[in-house]
Design a protein around this ligand. Structure first.
Ligand code: BGC
Length: 373
């Protein structure tokens, strides 16, 4: 019933070099040049719509899609961003003609062994296609091998497997692809929002540098590494001197970020001028710590995140966050579902399917809030 189609290779440059801690973070030799960073996209967000507004599926496809079984593995249900993603994914799959009963979404509970068992179960149940947000992107090779051996097409989401792994899919013409945004772009946007304020405004301690603290996401998602690296790179590319006061892993979690930032503020006090958080959940934790320390965003400290969660957008509007970056879960979930459909209909896919981030400062926050709410 399912026709396997050869896919065409599309190169994707990706560096999985993990660089932790403060200090000069050189771009790895093999990293893409600055010119390869996706162009800044500060235009209005793409008019992508939620599943509710999605176009009706093609009549010929929808009949058979209703009988297809989709297995979806999410690394952790409690993740705010992945909750938006999976909700939209399910709604969009249904809008395209899949039956709700045939879509099974499971929680990996941030444990690769648990998730691997779930994948084994999906294979045993004979699902027609798998959409996987791996707990450990470093486990992708093992996951791919067993899914491909079972002759099931596979769409990875959110946590990008390494370059070597993606090359295998192309080299072997496997029905395996990755859907996600290029996190370098989101990091660049974060840095640019600080650059745009001007050194005079940001350099409140007058040492001629941007003194910052960095709160990183779980290194199992390359987004954390890229956002860390490229946010700072945007500052240095703009000719600013930087001073990293603290750089710690908050694992994408609000509570962890709150205590990291509280400690950093206690240690470095007014020298902390900018707080970079790899996502909004952590920025919200950082904001709690900032307020508890009697500091005021926009006046004596600046704070940026990524994702454009509603709560973060409300803060950007109110001026209690300097900015965020829209991590377009509509576009990513729709593309993931479309990729699954393309495998099922025999149309096939490229091995990398990208999307753009959108920079969100106060003037754009309402527009994005209207879209995500
Ligand atoms: C999001 C984070 C999320 C992570 C999960 C990132 O792209 O920005 O909010 O926690 O994905 O892997």
């Amino acid at each position: 019933m399912k026709k396997r189609v050869l896919s065409i290779m599309m190169a994707t440059a990706m560096i999985a070099t993990l660089m932790m801690g403060c200090g000069n973070k050189e771009t790895p030799a093999s990293a893409p040049a600055a010119d390869n960073t996706p162009a800044a996209n500060t235009e209005a967000p793409a008019a992508d719509t939620s599943a509710a507004d999605a176009e009706a599926p093609a009549a010929e496809a929808s009949g058979s899609l209703a009988d297809m079984k989709v297995g979806v593995c999410i690394y952790q249900f409690s993740d705010n961003f992945m909750t938006l993603f999976r909700t939209e994914l399910e709604n969009y799959l249904i809008a395209q003609g899949f039956s709700k009963d045939n879509i099974k979404i499971v929680d990996g509970a941030n444990d690769q062994a648990t998730q691997s068992g779930q994948i084994d179960n999906f294979i045993a149940e004979g699902v027609d296609v798998l959409i996987i947000n791996p707990v450990n992107s470093s486990s992708a090779e093992t996951i791919t091998d067993k899914v491909v051996a079972a002759n099931i097409p596979l769409v990875y989401i959110n946590r990008e497997p390494g370059e070597d792994e993606e090359k295998r899919w192309a080299d072997n013409d496997w029905n395996v692809t990755y859907v996600g945004c290029d996190a370098r772009q989101s990091g660049t946007f974060q840095g640019e929002m600080i650059v745009d304020l001007g050194l005079e405004k940001v350099d409140m301690n007058g040492n001629g540098k941007v003194d910052y603290i960095m709160v990183e996401g779980d290194p199992e998602n390359v987004d954390a590494q890229y956002r860390t690296e490229f946010s700072v790179k945007a500052l240095t590319d703009a000719g600013l001197e930087v001073e990293c006061l603290s750089d710690q892993v908050g694992n994408w979690q609000q509570d962890q970020a709150q205590s990291i930032v509280a400690n950093a503020l206690a240690q470095y006090g007014n020298d902390v001028e900018v707080v970079f958080c790899n996502n909004d959940a952590m920025a919200l934790g950082a904001l709690q710590a900032i307020e508890a320390a009697g500091r005021t965003v926009g006046q004596d400290i600046y704070l940026v995140g990524v994702d454009a969660l509603s709560e973060a957008l409300e803060n950007v509007l109110a001026g209690t966050m300097t900015g965020t970056v829209f991590n377009d879960h509509f576009s990513q979930s729709h593309s993931a579902a479309d990729a699954a459909i393309n495998y099922l209909t025999g149309a096939g896919n490229e091995h990398y399917i990208g999307c753009d981030y959108v920079k969100v400062t106060q003037d754009k926050a309402q527009e994005v809030l209207d879209m995500v709410k």
